[in-house]
Design a binder for this molecule. Structure first.
Ligand SMILES: [Zn+2]
Length: 422
C-alpha cells in the first residue's frame, strides 16, 4: 500500500532586522532560568554571543557561554561541547549563535544533557546505535549568522565521525529548535564568496525538495516509522517555490553588493523558506555528491573563507554537480524542473531541449556569482570519479529521496559531466 499521509514540522520563528535583540525576553517566556550560549570562536570574537548573554541578564536568566564549536563539527568536537556543558551545568535552555556548525553542536548538547547514554548511541546506524531519545529536550533557540544552512529549521545534526572517516549525524524530530531567530542584520558582514556558496545551498535546498520523490511514492508507514523527511508534499512545495522566486530577485544583488540590505533581507527570507521546505521534504543527489566533494578535497582554498585548511564549502560542493543532477532527474518530473527554471529566471528563453532548461539557468547563475566552473575547478579529475561515487553511495538516506533510482553508473556520469560545466 502506498503512503497517504505526510507530516509537517517547523520551529516557531522570529524574523527581521533587530530580531536578535529580543532573545532574553524570548528565553524568559520559554521558562529558562539558566541558559548556555553555544558559538564558535569567530562569532564570539564579534561580540555577538556576549551581547545575547547580556540581554538574558535583564530578564533574570543566567547565562554561560561555550565558544569552542568546531566549524564542520566532528564527534570529538561535539563530545568536548557536551563534556563542557555537563561540568558547567545544569542548564534548562540552549541558545545557538552562529552557522550550521554551532546550531548542530547545540542540538547534540541538548540531546545528551536531557537523555541517557553517549553521543554514538544516537548517531545514525550503522555508524552509531541509531537510538531514539526517550526524554523531551530543553528549549533550543537557534540564531543563524550565515544565511543558508537551514539548520535552524531541521531535525538533524551533522558531524564527521573521525574513527570511521565518515560524515553522518543524528536525525530525530526532537532535535528541531524550539525557536528560530533570523535577523538579516547579522549577515551583512558575510563576504561575497560566502554569500555565493551559502546562496547555492539555499537554492539547492529549494530545488532538491521541490523535485524530491513525492511522499505518495513511498510505502505506507506505521506511526513509529515516520521520519522527518517525508518527500515532496504540498506544504514543502509552497515554501520551495517561494524561495526560488526570492532567489531570482535577490541572489545576484546580495553577492555583488553586500551592503544592499534589501537583498540581504530577501536572502535571509529565502533561506528560511527553503529550510521550512526541505526540513520536511528532504534533499537528494546534489547533497549526496557534496559529501565526497567536501571530504576528499586536496588543495582548494576558496575566497572569503579562512585560508588555513583546504576546503570546499558546503554550498559550493552541493552546487557543483547540481546542473547535471537535475539533467538526470528531469525525466522523473519534467513539469517541476521546467517550473523551477522559470521561477528562478523568469525572463529566460527555453532551449529546444527541455531537459537543459534548468541546468542552463543554474550555469548562468553560477557564472555570474563567480563559482568554480565544475568539479574539475576545485581540484578533481576523471581518475577521482570512482572514489567520489563511492562517497556519494554512502549517503543512501539522501539518494533514496531522488525522484528516480540512481546507481553507481548514473552517479559516475553526473560527476564526469560536471567536471567542466562551462
Ligand atoms: Zn545544504
Amino acid at each position: 500500500m502506498t503512503e497517504s499521509v505526510f507530516t509537517y514540522g517547523a520551529p516557531a520563528l522570529k524574523f527581521g532586522d533587530g530580531a536578535s535583540d529580543e532573545i532574553g525576553y524570548d528565553l524568559a517566556q520559554l521558562g529558562a532560568t539558566r541558559a548556555l550560549v553555544i558559538t564558535d570562536p569567530g562569532v564570539a570574537a564579534s561580540g555577538l554571543a556576549e551581547r545575547v548573554a547580556e540581554q538574558m541578564a535583564r530578564f533574570g536568566v543566567q547565562a554561560a557561554i561555550f565558544d569552542g564549536v568546531h566549524v564542520e563539527p566532528t564527534d570529538a568536537s561535539m563530545q568536548a561541547a557536551i563534556d563542557w556543558a555537563r561540568s558547567n551545568g545544569p542548564f534548562d535552555a540552549f541558545v545557538a549563535v552562529g552557522g550550521g556548525s554551532s546550531i548542530d553542536t547545540a542540538k547534540a548538547v541538548n540531546l545528551l544533557l536531557t537523555n541517557p547514554g553517549e553521543l554514538m548511541d544516537y548517531v545514525n546506524a550503522p555508524v552509531g546505535g541509531g537510538v531514539a531519545p526517550v526524554n523531551v529536550l530543553h528549549p533550543l533557540v537557534a540564531v543563524p549568522t550565515t544565511t543558508g544552512t537551514g539548520a535552524e529549521s531541521t531535525t538533524i545534526c551533522v558531524m564527521d565521525v573521525l574513527a570511521q572517516r565518515v560524515k553522518t549525524g543524528i536525525s530525530h524530530q526532537r532535535l528541531r529548535p524550539t525557536l528560530a531567530v533570523v535577523d538579516p542584520l547579522l549577515t551583512v558582514t558575510q563576504p561575497a564568496g560566502v554569500t555565493a556558496s551559502a546562496g547555492m545551498d539555499i537554492l539547492c535546498h529549494a530545488l532538491e525538495s521541490y523535485t524530491a520523490a513525492p511522499y505518495t511514492a513511498k510505502e505506507r508507514k506505521q506511526p513509529e516509522q515516520r521520519v522527518p523527511y517525508c518527500g515532496a508534499n504540498p506544504i514543502s512545495d509552497m515554501w520551495s517555490e517561494k524561495a526560488l522566486s526570492l532567489l531570482a530577485t535577490h541572489f545576484r544583488r546580495a553577492v555583488t553588493d553586500g551592503d544592499d540590505l534589501d537583498a540581504r533581507r530577501g536572502m535571509a527570507m529565502a533561506a528560511t523558506f527553503a529550510g521550512l521546505g526541505f526540513g520536511n521534504a528532504g534533499v537528494h543527489i546534489p547533497h549526496a555528491n557534496a559529501y565526497p566533494i567536501a571530504g576528499q578535497v586536496r588543495d582548494f582554498h576558496p575566497a572569503g573563507y579562512p585560508a588555513d585548511e583546504p576546503m570546499v564549502p558546503h554550498g559550493m560542493a552541493v552546487s557543483l554537480t547540481a546542473p547535471e543532477a537535475f539533467r538526470f532527474t528531469f525525466a522523473a518530473a519534467p513539469q517541476r524542473h521546467l517550473r523551477a527554471a522559470r521561477l528562478l529566471e523568469p525572463g529566460a528563453t527555453a532551449p529546444s531541449d527541455d531537459a537543459s532548461f534548468l541546468p542552463d539557468v543554474l550555469v548562468r547563475l553560477m557564472r555570474d556569482i563567480e563559482l568554480p566552473a565544475g568539479v574539475g575547478a576545485v581540484g578533481f579529475n576523471d581518475s577521482d570519479v570512482d572514489d567520489l561515487v563511492d562517497g556519494a553511495l554512502k549517503q543512501q538516506r539522501l539518494l533514496a529521496t531522488a525522484p528516480r533510482p540512481v546507481n553507481a553508473e548514473d552517479l559516475g556520469g553526473i560527476f564526469r559531466r560536471a567536471m567542466s560545466l562551462w
